[in-house]
Design a protein around this ligand. Sequence first.
Ligand SMILES: Cc1cc2nc3c(=O)[nH]c(=O)nc-3n(C[C@H](O)[C@H](O)[C@H](O)COP(=O)(O)OP(=O)(O)OC[C@H]3O[C@@H](n4cnc5c(N)ncnc54)[C@H](O)[C@@H]3O)c2cc1C
Length: 426
Amino acid sequence: MPTRTVSTGCCIAGGGPAGMMLGYLLARAGVEVTVLEKHADFLRDFRGDTIHPSTLEIMGELGLLDEFLKRPHQEVRQLTAQIGEDRVTLADFSHLPTRCHFIAFMPQWDFLDFLADQARHFPNFHLYMQAEVTDLLQNDGTVTGAVAKVPDGTLRVQADLVVGADGRHSAVRDLAGLEVEDLGAPMDVLWLRLSKKPDDGTPVLGRIQAGKFFVMLDRGDYWQCAFVIPKGGFNELRRRGLPAFRSAIVEINPVLADRVSEIASWDDVKLLTVRVDRLKRWYKPGVLCIGDAAHAMSPVGGVGINLAVQDAVAAANILAGPLRKGPVPVEDLAKVQKRREWPTRLMQAVQVFIQTRIVKPVLALQAQPRTPLVARLLDRFPYLRRFPARLVGMGFRPEHVSAEIRSQKPEIRSKIAETSRRSSDF
Ligand SMILES: Cc1cc2nc3c(=O)[nH]c(=O)nc-3n(C[C@H](O)[C@H](O)[C@H](O)COP(=O)(O)OP(=O)(O)OC[C@H]3O[C@@H](n4cnc5c(N)ncnc54)[C@H](O)[C@@H]3O)c2cc1C
């Protein structure tokens, strides 16, 4: 099989939220960028669909927000839950100091397609689909590029910097020998779709009952549902059979009784194993990991996409200048970790707390849960709902796109035009 070699400024492994956003930002800043994505398209299993106010703010800073919001999406301004018999409102986004006071629910593939379409406007942006990174090029302990398996052979990408944005099972972090700290997760999630009907009533995001945790995301004409199970419990659930699983869903939301038969086989139920971990060091000479590759996030709070985007913004702000000059000093890579590590650690601490103090006990409960005091207070005093909204909607240390990248200076555009053929497309 033939081997081809191209050279680029920044080679990004993985076209998820972190990789596509970083690719777009660096291309906009005049850096030669090559993104390698192992799948043929962005259409695949559910991977989280929540675009939070912090990410919408970034889109606004880039002048992309109006165009982005033309894509089909649902806007959620409050988060409500049903705990036993009580329905409570837990978060209200309407007071956030951001352009958008809602979470946009949009399939992740639409979000990624949008970023890819925008990035393609820059001649110095190159996206290779069906390109799976399998090895790193190294010279004296410094990473100098990546090797990818492509449909017609092997692609060698020589680069000033390789960024591992290849998710929770990152090949880059393994190949670079970066050490992972596992924080553990007591649950896995089963995803499934059920049709939506006009008389389904006001959407309730989360439902908690004895031993059950169920989430329903309004996707216009269907519900994207998450059924939370104890870690490793999928085989036991399958052993009990599909009828028992359907009954469990009806018990937690009787409205769904007339459509659980849409779950025709276990093929309609996708298991997503939950991991929470982080790298001790996110970088070594010539390589940096961001997003889930640096810190796999729990689905709790639905913040993973947004953290990945925040990492991409911080990395682009710090690295665009050095990358335009050539290989990036390791001190600059350290700055990215320094900037993003504590917001990540804090968010993971919140997620682990909720997993162990709420999710795990609920999954073990035999009796109907009582609504915790904190949930009752949030429901009773609307002002308090601003705090969880801020945590979920903006996270810790929200990033802003640097003025240089925002402004897309004409001289950068002409530099792009001059240098854009350093990397060659297929
Ligand atoms: C069950 C579950 C539900 C979740 N729900 C939500 C939610 O609702 N909202 C939310 O914000 N977050 C959610 N998350 C977390 C979220 O999915 C991740 O945090 C987020 O997608 C991380 O983005 P990323 O770009 O770092 O990685 P990913 O989204 O994992 O993207 C990595 C990309 O790299 C590609 N890739 C992998 N290996 C290679 C390779 N060797 N070569 C080339 N390409 C490669 C993959 O195909 C993929 O496109 C959920 C997570 C789980 C487990």
